[in-house]
Design a protein around this ligand. Structure first.
Ligand code: NCD
Ligand code: ZN
Length: 462
């Protein structure tokens, strides 16, 4: 019988020959996961998952003689593959920071089988042709399923063509629009939201209302830079957008919120969803004096009290989604004075171990983790065949060793951004293997699939 390493090598070779977005070798999409504790929506049931041609064919206590590659998952938990709706993969023009291969290898190592890429790239994702070009490049390189957000644009026809091209949302970046957009003008936002609502595309927002004159560029320390973007900027933006959104009747997803009050308002508003990041849940601005650029992102870290109340409200179910806001930069760019240091930290490889640590400490339930990292992201962004471990669903599975203890070490990241404010954090709960569409992509510290083995997703067709 053929050894599994030979099979893996053959599979890698077959995958590396893939040239088009749709050229997926279905024979590589068969696997039997044996004797895992399988997430059933409430708890775990011991059993086997048979994935054929990329889809879950059968889940049963015992499946034998399937004739396909088998993973012995005894002692491991099988969860639906995680979905990160907020990542910056940086390709095409900023590939020195990250590219589709390294960013999605990081995703697989972090247990994410689907990621949605943000449009603030070079060139920006602000037209259907640019979106299609990104899809073409990503198809050659991605290890996981990847979809694309587009920039919020003002022209209604452009919005329609971005929706037709499969954009998962229109991102309104309030501090500095990605494509020309009059963010000061409520009517312009309302018009864009109305069109988005009509074509059924959500609007995602970076809700920080920076007013001219409150700029941060003159500050000389990272703490001062954080102080210069205070919570009131978020409050002002959220209040304003909720008011506009009510008239426009469109779905708005509020990215990386930092305040309990924002979550409360959004929970009470129809067609609104909220997102928080692990760093705003677990870190506060007091670490900025020692970690400096390593902990510099926007929105910035808040006070310990604000962080604690964000964590408490998230743990009691006040939030829709956890996303990493994986925002990699080159260390050489980051390690500069605050006025030159770009905000953003990598998060794909730290999110799940950090959240599993909360589960092990009994602060977070596994059902909340699955809701925030699988169910709600899939529901909000229309990924209908994802985040389910049942017959007919996509074969995206993460196998987790819930008890394994490790320490976060950014020098081992697959991401090009080898820094993290979580370096040295002790975690409990680790990714063992990540299966994307029936193919093993990551196993015990290694990427075992070929570049381009993942799929490119279009909104509305998955
Ligand atoms: C993001 C980036 O680097 O693209 N940075 C960040 O700190 N979150 C952009 C952004 O969301 O501001
Ligand atoms: Zn942002």
């Amino acid at each position: 019988m053929e050894s599994s390493s030979v099979r893996t090598a053959q599979r890698n070779l077959a995958r590396s020959k893939k040239t088009t977005e749709t050229a997926v070798d279905l024979e590589d999409r068969n696997i039997l996961v044996k004797d895992a504790d399988i997430w059933n929506g409430k708890g775990f049931t011991r059993g086997c998952i048979l994935i054929l041609e990329g889809r879950i064919k059968r889940i049963a206590r015992s499946i034998t003689d399937s004739g396909v590659e088998t993973i012995d998952a005894l002692g491991l938990k099988a969860l639906p593959g995680l979905i990160d709706v907020h990542v910056h993969l940086r390709d095409i023009g900023l590939a020195y920071k990250e590219d589709f291969a390294t960013g999605t290898a990081a995703a697989a190592a972090g247990g994410f089988t689907t990621v949605l890429d943000m449009p603030n790239t070079v060139p920006p994702t602000d037209s259907a042709s640019r979106l299609i070009e990104k899809r073409r490049v990503a198809a050659q390189k991605t290890y996981v399923n990847v979809g694309f957000h587009a920039a919020a644009v003002s022209d209604s026809h452009d919005i329609e063509s971005l929706a037709d091209a499969g954009a998962f949302s229109l991102k309104l970046y309030m501090p500095k629009p990605i494509a020309p957009f009059d963010v000061e003008n409520d009517q312009a936002i309302e018009k864009m939201m109305r069109t988005a609502g009509r074509v059924g595309t959500p609007v995602t927002v970076h809700a920080e209302d920076l007013v001219t004159g409150e700029n941060t560029s003159k500050t000389d320390s990272f703490e001062a830079a954080a102080e210069a973007r205070p919570p009131i900027f978020e409050t002002r933006a959220v209040d304003r957008l909720l008011r506009i959104q009510k008239k426009a009747r469109c779905h708005v997803h509020y990215c990386h919120l930092t305040l309990r009050s924002s979550l409360t308002k959004i929970t009470g508003s129809t067609r609104s969803t909220s997102e928080v990041t692990p760093h705003h849940l677990l870190l506060s601005k007091k670490i900025l004096s020692s970690l400096r650029w390593r902990a510099w992102m926007v929105p910035p870290l808040r006070s310990e009290e604000t962080r604690w109340s964000l964590l408490k409200s998230t743990l009691t179910g006040l939030c829709s989604v956890i996303a990493s806001d994986h925002a990699p930069h080159a260390v050489i760019e980051k390690d500069q004075s605050v006025s030159k240091s770009p905000p953003g930290i990598p998060g794909l490889e730290t999110t799940l171990p950090l959240m599993l640590t909360l589960v092990n400490r009994q602060q977070m339930s596994l059902s909340l983790l699955v809701k925030l990292l699988c169910d709600n992201p899939a529901r909000i962004f229309g990924l209908k065949s994802k985040a389910k471990l049942r017959r007919g669903a996509d074969g995206d599975v993460v196998l987790v060793d819930l008890k394994k203890k490790s320490m976060i070490d950014s020098s081992k990241f697959f991401s090009k951004a080898k820094y993290s404010p979580f370096d040295g954090f002790r975690t409990q709960g680790a990714v063992h293997s990540t299966i994307v569409g029936g193919g093993v992509v990551y196993r015990e510290g290694e990427i075992v699939a070929g570049e381009g083995s993942g799929s490119v997703l279009r909104s509305g067709s998955c």
